[in-house]
Design a protein around this ligand. Structure first.
Ligand SMILES: Cc1cc2nc3c(=O)[nH]c(=O)nc-3n(C[C@H](O)[C@H](O)[C@H](O)COP(=O)(O)O)c2cc1C
Length: 356
């Protein structure tokens, strides 16, 4: 099987979630024996369609423009069994780079108007490759892709049954990289989707379910953490790239977001057979109490006070958030009397336990 995998992300690999997902899909396809060529469209010169209709009249099937599309990509696209359109979701649909590419596939159409079940089409002058649409987006729910799925179904599925092999969507993609366990399963499932595509020309609902899985139990928790992440970048005056490159941690701004951050960062392996209750009492700008009950590799976060905690930390909220985000050293702050701790001091260094 000959596959042309087109990536329209403007960001290079390492930062791009489109690239991350496509890389794993292609890995699975290659493992299943497909011959895949990946093209980063941002590196190509592809002009906008000028709407002259010359490809439909004077030079049927041939575009007047001279660029990488006419010289290289359109002939390759025509010869492929399958094309993968891998695009970030921009303004609820494919981004402009991908849209430009799709518009430039116009020479495959004849100009005539034909009707099928109430829908009007231009007939195809040659075989259209199978289509897989892969997209990632920022918002956490699958509903973010409602516009895109409508568009691609209208464009590909309605024209000829079987042309659209699969739609693979990953919501909350920017945040996925901070949920390592889930990300691993999502990427493993994406490799599996690649194998399924080569073997069956579709992706099973089970595999899609794993790829689309929620990153948190509750979408509003996702939004709260994402908002902390944005606020941290704004407060520090840094880009998302710098935040990621420096392994920074979103700064909680309430007891609730502190609980969420710690729960999401909790590492069951680091906890091992630890059994403890860690109590916090916050003073200063953000006041309140909360505690973590850790046992059997699980964590439960609760607002309020526990009975007989193993460790009690009384601290100004901002001091502890400086420690959590790596702006201050926990041991130094303790020696300087910036916060108080009572109980089992073995639990005081929480960096490994919470992936800090
Ligand atoms: C101009 C622009 C428009 C975007 N529009 C949406 C959108 O409509 N819905 C959404 O959930 N995310 C949207 N996003 C977020 C991107 O889909 C998300 O950051 C994605 O990971 C970018 O792809 P990349 O990581 O491959 O660069 C938008 C981002 C930008 C820069």
């Amino acid at each position: 099987m000959k596959v042309l995998a087109l990536n329209s992300s403007a960001r290079p690999g390492g930062e791009s979630k489109t690239d991350l997902m496509l890389h794993h899909l292609v890995k699975g396809m290659r493992e299943a024996g497909a011959k895949v060529e990946t093209v980063n469209l941002r590196e190509k010169n592809i002009k906008n369609c000028v709407g002259c209709f010359t490809c439909m009249t004077k030079t049927p099937g041939k575009c007047v423009l001279k660029d990488d599309m006419t010289r290289d990509l359109f002939p390759k696209w025509l010869e492929s069994d399958l094309v993968i359109y891998a695009t970030p979701l921009f303004h609820h649909t494919v981004n402009a780079t991908m849209k430009t590419f799709i518009e430039r596939t116009w020479p495959i159409c004849e100009p005539f108007l034909v009707e099928n079940e109430g829908r009007w089409f231009h007939p195809l002058r040659s075989k259209h490759p199978g289509v897989v649409v892969l997209s990632v987006c920022g918002f956490p729910a699958m509903s973010a892709f409602a516009g895109l799925t409508h568009y691609v179904k209208f464009l590909y599925d309605a024209q000829e049954k079987g042309m659209l092999w699969a739609e693979i969507y990953r919501p909350g993609a920017e945040f996925m990289v901070y949920r390592k366990e889930k990300q691993k399963d999502i990427l493993d499932a994406t490799i599996h989707a690649g194998k399924e595509l080569v073997e069956t020309k579709r992706v099973s609902p089970e595999t899609l379910g794993r790829i689309e899985q929620p990153l948190t139990d509750n979408v509003s928790d996702f939004a709260k953490m994402a908002n902390c992440w944005w606020k941290t970048c704004i407060a520090e005056g840094i880009t998302l790239k710098k935040f990621a490159d420096e392994d920074m941690i979103p700064r909680p701004d309430s007891v609730e977001t502190f609980l969420l951050l710690m729960t999401m960062g909790f590492d069951p392996e680091a906890a091992g057979d630890m059994k403890a209750t860690l109590q916090f009492e916050f003073t200063g700008r953000v006041k309140g109490s909360c505690y973590f009950s850790i046992a059997d590799g699980t964590i439960k976060a609760t607002e309020g006070k526990s009975e007989g905690p193993d460790l009690l930390i009384k601290t100004p909220f901002e001091v502890w958030m400086d420690i959590v985000t790596g702006k201050a050293d926990g041991a130094e702050m303790f020696l300087e009397g910036k916060y108080e701790a009572e109980g089992n001091m073995e639990f005081l260094d929480m960096r490994k336990l919470f992936g800090l």
